[in-house]
Design a protein around this ligand. Structure first.
Ligand code: C2O
Ligand code: CU
Ligand code: CU
Length: 611
């Protein structure tokens, strides 16, 4: 039925160019235009009698409350777990926190998790970073209703590393994460164990999030379209669920396992006294060798393994981890408003890119034992470019930004809307290119010109197009889906171009999503996006940034780490990133999306079909 409805709306829109601007204001506008097929409702997976788990636990998504600020408790949503089988340290609660318990798994373990939905809304849990079969990955199509139970069964194939578990229901991921549903999931293996890195009380999870509270200590979330466009920003920094977080440390080495669990906020982490940050691992586990950085960028979904050595420091010393000043991650206009307090928009006491503390480490005990930092940490199996299936034809991940929608490859998320270039052959290694799809206006660097041509990004001549038309193919059914956002033939508000559906472009990739948002508008809307791909971790091959973004880029450039395996990469305005990613072992749908979770829920998400 709803299919029929959206079909007729699509027809209507297609036939009446004039109504577009009005419809643009409606939530769901894009999805309706796209003629999205409804997410199916499946029977939840049950335990399979042939699967013999080494570890089994119950996981509950439930409503709860927590003491976060002094005074009244805050209503939250929360994960809780109950171990049924396996080592006792599989599940560790963080006392008093709304965060889910810490889950520790060993490589090679067979794991069964029974997810019970005790919320009043659908949910599903995704194991961000884990390489699991498609039907165990928490795709929104597997969401369960209140009262239902979903059984996950998988073997831990990952190398040691820090992962995340968080909800992934259709259009409600951000809100559920914001309300508290998230937790850290560590995998350990033998390669890591041999290093004898600091463990137990010397290995400290640091989950950083921002939240906004009202006077009654209750969480405030998205207040309007603007909060979605830029992503939502709180003005309190919480670590592991607590404000003003402090750790008492001894004068020795620690391992800090850092995760940015914010929905949108990007951090530039640095010690306040200028001590460099020693990084030993990222999203996909240990680096081969430690990297010493003046500061490190950490976008939503990214993880960092930090070697923090307090040896030689006197009792009473304090070291503060701060977010240091940087610029360029928000659209220029929003950046000014957020900081400047123009009343068009909600002023934030803690603008992104300003300088503020995250947590404090206090040396309270002098000890003599000292742990040495290993010079060789791990061995990574790098895939050479010669191993990729598509050296001349990178799979495109084109970012398009607009006032009403954030899209990938010119399309909003739609179930069962797989484009040719989104079909990936199983057991291949793919070269992929993430880029800003709005062309023209000089916002592309020289180096990116050929690649843009390849994606058709610069095919629409003017490139200044403040608006694109709807250019229909002859089959109206599909045609309505292209040229979305082509509102405002006259309105003057249309900032995005239409899709030019050329047949000259077998590649399909970002075809014709260019031309939009050239020049002024493009620059104004351009912002940073942490792009995440489900499944196996990838390697970063190259990054290049356009000349006109260089000044902002200089404030973050030293903070990226390319020497490890990643599953999220922060793509700055004007930046193009090439990655190599394996698609091994499992067929089925694996998502790719912006991990600015407000963007994800707006539709800045797509599926790869591995087949
Ligand atoms: Cu952490 Cu699909 O995401
Ligand atoms: Cu993920
Ligand atoms: Cu984004």
């Amino acid at each position: 039925m709803s299919d029929h409805k959206s079909y007729s709306r699509r027809r209507f829109l297609a036939q009446s160019g004039l109504g577009l601007a009005a419809f643009a204001a409606m939530p769901g506008f894009l999805r309706a235009m796209e003629g999205m097929k409804a997410m199916p409702k499946l029977t939840p997976n049950k335990a399979s009698p042939n699967f013999k788990p080494d570890v089994e636990f119950e996981l509950f998504s439930r409503s709860s409350s927590a003491s976060i600020l002094p005074g009244q408790q805050t209503l939250v949503q929360q994960y809780a777990a109950l171990l049924k089988k396996g080592p006792k340290d599989t599940i560790t609660d963080i006392a008093g926190s709304y965060l889910g318990p810490i889950i520790r798994l060993q490589k090679g373990q067979k794991v069964r998790i029974n997810l019970h939905n005790k919320l009043a809304e659908p949910t599903v849990t995704h194991w961000h970073g884990l390489h699991v079969p498609a039907n165990m990955d928490g795709h929104p199509m597997y969401a369960i209703d209140p009262g239902e139970t979903l059984v996950y069964e998988f073997e831990v194939l990952n190398r040691a590393g820090m992962n995340i578990y968080h909800p992934h229901p259709h259009e409600a991921t951000a809100k559920q994460v914001y309300n508290g549903l998230a937790g850290a999931l560590f995998v350990h293996d033998e390669e890591e164990a041999k290093l004898e890195l600091p463990s137990g009380e010397y290995e400290i999870p640091i989950v950083i999030q921002d939240r906004l509270f009202d006077e009654l200590n209750q969480l405030i979330y998205v207040r309007g379209m603007h909060d979605r466009m830029t992503g939502f920003y709180g003005d309190r920094i919480l670590v592991n669920g607590f404000p003003d977080f402090k750790i008492d440390v001894a004068s020795r080495a620690y391992r800090l396992r850092v995760l940015n669990g914010s929905t949108a906020r990007i951090f530039k982490l640095g010690w306040d006294d200028g001590t460099p940050i020693t990084v030993i691992g990222v999203d996909g586990g240990l680096l081969e060798k430690p990297e010493v950085k003046p500061y490190v960028m950490l976008a939503p979904g990214e993880r960092l393994d930090v070697w923090a050595d307090f040896s030689g420091r006197n009792e009473g010393t304090q070291l503060i981890m701060r977010s240091l000043p940087f610029s360029g991650v928000l659209p220029k206009m929003a950046e000014r408003m957020m900081g400047g307090g123009m009343d068009m928009m909600h002023h934030n006491k803690l603008p992104v890119g300003s300088d503020y503390p995250i947590f404090t480490a206090r040396v309270t005990k002098k000890v003599s034992e000292s742990h040495k930092l290993p010079s060789q940490l791990s061995t990574i199996k790098w895939h050479p470019i010669s191993a990729v299936a598509n050296p001349d034809k990178p799979v495109p991940i084109g970012i398009s930004e607009g006032p009403m929608a954030m899209l990938l490859n010119g399309r909003p998320y739609a179930y069962n809307d797989i484009q040719d270039f989104e079909r990936i052959k199983v057991n291949t290694i793919q070269l992929m290119e993430i880029f800003h799809a709005h062309g023209g206006g000089g916002s592309h660097g020289k180096e990116s010109a050929p690649a843009s041509g390849e994606h058709g990004a610069e095919k629409q001549s003017g490139g200044m197009g403040m608006m694109g038309g709807m250019k229909h193919g002859d089959d109206d059914q599909k045609g309505g889906g292209h040229g979305m956002m082509g509102m405002s033939h006259k309105g003057g508000m249309g900032m995005m171009g239409g899709m030019k559906h050329g047949d000259d472009d077998q590649k399909g990739g970002g075809q014709g999503m260019g031309g939009m948002m050239g020049g002024g508008m493009g620059m104004m809307m351009s912002m940073a996006h942490p792009i995440h791909l489900h499944g196996q971790q990838f390697q970063i091959v190259s990054r290049s940034v356009s000349a006109d973004e260089e000044a902002d880029y200089a404030t973050v450039r030293e903070g990226f780490i390319e020497s490890g395996l990643k599953d999220v990469v922060l793509v700055m305005p004007g930046e193009k990133v090439r990655i190599i990613k394996p698609f091994q072992d499992f067929k089925g749908l694996f998502m790719y999306h912006c991990h600015n979770l407000e963007h994800e829920d707006m539709g800045m998400m797509r599926d790869f079909l591995v087949e």
